[in-house]
Design a protein around this ligand. Structure first.
Ligand code: KIV
Ligand code: ZN
Length: 517
């Protein structure tokens, strides 16, 4: 059996995609979950990109137990040094350095001659080896690079000490048969001196197909992301690549992965909660409809014999097939904890108490509590555990006869701050009262409401994007509540809390309390 290493780049290539940026705390949570999922390598970020990226990689290196922690670095001394320092505390560490190898990239982007590119690559690998034993080298835009040049640079960097050679289809251009042939030729060429890895983008919808074709042709590492997030159209989706090899064991009888597939659904939900980007409903493996049978003929077939229309089981990815009502308002702490364990969550005493409190409040208002409700509560608690400002209460007057008004109480450092504001609509009033209380003025860039389950009493999940400082990118915030306005207020405060944590209390957008609106 050959092990196909799964290299997850959700925290690097995934985080690069619009709307997917994460706070340091969120990245740590994702990394811990990826470790549990069993990925072999976690690309935790690009250390030289920003102090925030560097800190996130350093902290991840301290918490991840089993997976190798990796930082990306351009083939530049400073990038490599920062990458080496950031991963220094990891149990298993890797530096991933890269340079473009296609004629178009070398001529127009790098403005370098091929010989110079080879020299830079060799120097980068040699320098990376002074920090870590495990060095990966990527030939950026390999899909459009010329084979003789690829072979030349690959020989040189293997000689310099690279143990993994990554072949990215950076622009998602190649066809599966072209990519498969390219990988076969390179696997034969390196003759076990290095592992050939692949990294496919989805611009033509072929990222998974190309990755799988590469495995069939000898690639032994696949780079991918949860839910397929990533630059432009995204990267190959981890869940697809892994479940293809598991489901088509007849074809992939000689390979295996170290992924615990039962953790796939939970990991996918965590990424969705943090980024606010829900996979399309018909997304393979993790989309809402991936295991739903709508047509009568299909339902009838599945009831008679599951294999008629199901090629894999929902349980394999950790999704309970019968999403039955599990708990209600009479359920105690013990039953709640049992349910959490069944769903794969192990919480500390403090976390359990907080989650149980949320569950009890919800159970008082909502007749049926589904597994999704519980998963949403846990993810919300995980995301919101860094509260500086915490919503205590919210009262509204709607705007049916004119202006809307909102009164709110917010806890800040053991003090309860209360105020009221008017707005053009209810949301406007809610966000304005928070601005008055906190003294920060946010510009709302986007606002989205999703329901966690079906039913009029479903939990509302609100995602906002807010700019608190014009010189900084927009910050995502999430809020969950049975009441949409309360969820909105929580989401707005969550964005503010994230802003304050990540920017070390920047004060240039702070306005003094009550001097505006
Ligand atoms: O797509 C790409 O080429 C990359 C490299 C940095 C590996 O992300
Ligand atoms: Zn990429």
């Amino acid at each position: 059996m050959n092990t196909i290493k799964i290299f997850d780049t959700t925290l690097r290539d995934g985080e690069q995609s619009p709307g997917c940026s994460m706070t340091i705390d969120e990245k740590i949570k994702v990394a811990s979950q990826l470790d549990k999922l069993g990925v072999d390598i976690i690309e935790a970020g690009f250390a030289a990109a920003s102090p925030g990226d560097f800190d996130a990689i350093s902290k991840i290196s301290e918490v991840v137990k089993n997976s190798t922690v990796c930082s990306l670095a351009r083939a530049l001394d400073n990038d490599i040094k920062r990458a080496g320092e950031a991963v220094s505390k990891a149990n298993h560490k890797r530096i991933h350095t890269f340079i473009a190898t296609s004629p178009i990239h070398m001529e127009y982007k790098l403005k370098m001659k091929p010989d110079e590119v080879i020299r830079r690559a060799v120097k980068a690998v040699e320098y990376a080896k002074t920090f870590v034993e495990d060095v990966e080298f990527s030939c950026e835009d390999a899909g459009r690079s010329e084979m003789p040049f690829l072979k030349e640079i690959i020989s040189a960097v293997i000689e310099a000490g690279a143990g993994t050679i990554n072949i990215p289809d950076t622009v998602g251009y190649t066809m599966p048969w072209e990519f498969g042939a390219q990988i076969k030729e390179l696997v034969d060429f390196v003759e076990n001196k290095a592992i050939i890895s692949v990294h496919c983008h989805n611009d033509l919808g072929l990222a998974t197909a190309n990755s799988i074709q590469a495995v069939k042709n000898g690639a032994r590492q696949v780079e991918c992301t949860i839910n397929g997030i990533g630059e432009r159209a995204g990267n190959a989706a981890l869940e697809e690549v892994v479940m293809i090899m598991k489901t088509r064991k007849d074809i992939f009888s000689d390979v295996k992965t170290n992924i615990n597939t039962k953790e796939i659904y939970k990991t996918s939900r965590l990424i969705t909660s943090i980024t606010g980007i829900e996979p399309q409903p018909n997304k393979a493996i993790v989309g809402k409809n991936a295991f739903a049978h709508e047509s009568g003929i299909h339902q009838d077939g599945v009831l008679k014999h599951r294999d008629t229309y199901e090629i894999m089981s929902a349980e394999d990815i950790g999704l309970e097939k019968n999403n039955s009502i599990v708990l209600g308002k009479h359920s105690g702490r013990h039953a709640f904890n049992d349910k959490l364990k069944e769903l794969g969550y192990e919480l500390s005493e403090v976390e359990l108490n907080k989650a149980f409190e949320r569950f009890k409040i919800l159970a008082d208002k909502k007749k049926e509590i589904f597994d999704e409700d519980i998963i949403a509560i846990i993810n919300d608690e995980m995301i919101n555990d860094n509260k500086m400002y915490e919503l205590i209460s919210l009262q509204l007057n709607d705007c049916s006869n004119g202006l809307a008004s909102a009164a709110a109480s917010v806890k800040f450092e053991d003090e309860i701050l209360t105020d009221a504001a008017i707005g053009e609509g209810t949301i406007d009033a809610v966000f304005k009262v928070i601005d008055r209380i906190t003294g920060y003025s946010g510009e709302l860039i986007s606002y989205k409401v999703d329901s966690v389950t079906q039913g009029k009493d479903a939990l509302a999940k609100v995602t906002v994007k807010v700019i608190f400082d014009e010189s900084k990118p927009a910050i995502l915030g999430h809020g969950l509540n049975i009441d949409t306005m309360t969820a909105s207020a929580r989401a707005y405060l969550n964005a503010l809390n994230s802003f304050l944590v990540s920017k070390d209390l920047l004060t240039n957008c702070k306005v003094s309390y009550k001097d505006k609106i």
